[in-house]
Design a protein around this ligand. Structure first.
Ligand SMILES: Cc1cc2nc3c(=O)[nH]c(=O)nc-3n(C[C@H](O)[C@H](O)[C@H](O)COP(=O)(O)OP(=O)(O)OC[C@H]3O[C@@H](n4cnc5c(N)ncnc54)[C@H](O)[C@@H]3O)c2cc1C
Length: 284
């Protein structure tokens, strides 16, 4: 049985681009930039992958048409990473050609640990061709390998969004304790601040946000040098407060009919989110 969309609307802006526009425009008016994310998970047919390429390009066109201050996030598994890596690369490059011609920005989201190396390899190829003005990616602080990945990508001057990591990983691959994940996040945040032009921090965690802010203050680095990003429907007031303090801010805005897996991850992450969902059922 498919759950009705009303359950998800706290975390998902709409089931289509048009129905998500009012929320997107309102966030832009509140001075937040956006990352639009067309929801979907792994696909295993070329027809689906090609439909997704067209759909991502349509989102880029919609952003231009409606003059939104927004980039997009994409997932390589939606472009055929499970089918064939070179095929996925061709699909990624088709989207990137459009982004280059229309001066737009695409970020490759990071998925589960099985895809980290493939994702970073394709990111580096695309980055060599299109540069940091058009493409970025994500590093998950929880992964042990991220120490080397951060150093390498910072050396390339890549545009990085640092997050904790949303996928369950084994002890061998990733820190399991929140203390260790936070320590890693703080260390990588410093590397990014010191060696990249404009690091982005995707977190709702006040401890991490406070630490980045005090590091900037200690070294007299202006607040305009970093961006804080949060997910649609979570801590909007907190993000607005950061914006008022002079930090660039961005909301990650998911939309689309395939919202169930994303919605389940948000509920699994934080029990309190259940109350947000229940409250939307009673709100008009
Ligand atoms: C913009 C963005 C993009 C992301 N992209 C990716 C990606 O590409 N790949 C990936 O694996 N993961 C991604 N994530 C998810 C990320 O990895 C984490 O799973 C997710 O953000 C939860 O971690 P957190 O640091 O936000 O806070 P949590 O660990 O969930 O919470 C820590 C603390 O933060 C505070 N807090 C959290 N939520 C709230 C709330 N709603 N209200 C009040 N206080 C709160 C509380 O004090 C809480 O104890 C992204 C996250 C963001 C924000």
């Amino acid at each position: 049985m498919k759950l009705p969309f009303i359950f998800a609307k706290r975390f998902v802006a709409g089931e289509g681009f048009s129905s998500s526009l009012p929320a997107a425009k309102q966030l832009n008016q509140a001075r937040h930039q956006l990352t639009l994310d067309l929801l979907g998970e792994n696909i295993y047919s070329r027809t689906q992958a090609e439909d997704n390429v067209k759909a991502y390009v349509e989102v880029l066109k919609g952003i231009k048409q409606h003059k939104l201050l927004s980039g997009i996030s994409i997932k390589l598994t939606m472009l055929g990473l499970d089918i064939d890596v070179e095929y996925c690369a061709d699909n990624l490059f088709s989207i990137m050609e459009h982004a280059r011609v229309h001066d737009q920005f695409v970020r490759i989201d990071m998925e589960g640990g099985a895809y980290t190396s493939l994702t970073l390899d394709l990111f580096k190829r695309a980055h060599a061709e299109y540069g940091s003005q058009h493409i970025g990616t994500v590093i998950q602080a929880m992964l042990h390998r991220s120490k080397e990945d951060i150093a390498e990508l910072a050396g390339l001057g890549a545009d990085i969004r640092l997050v904790k990591g949303a996928y369950k990983e084994t002890k061998k691959k990733a820190y399991q304790k929140i203390y260790d994940i936070r320590e890693a996040f703080n260390a990588y945040a410093e590397v990014l601040i010191n060696s990249t032009a404009f690091p982005r921090f995707g977190t709702h965690d006040d401890q991490l946000i406070r630490r980045v802010r005090s590091y900037l203050a200690d070294y007299d680095i202006p607040s305009s040098r970093v961006e804080f990003q949060m997910l649609y429907g979570l801590r909007e007031q907190g993000l607005t407060d950061l914006n008022r303090l002079g930090y660039p801010t961005r909301v990650y805005v998911p939309f689309g009919t395939d919202w169930f897996p994303y919605f389940s991850r948000r509920l699994a992450e934080r029990k309190e989110n259940i109350w947000f969902v229940i409250s939307t059922l009673f709100r008009r």
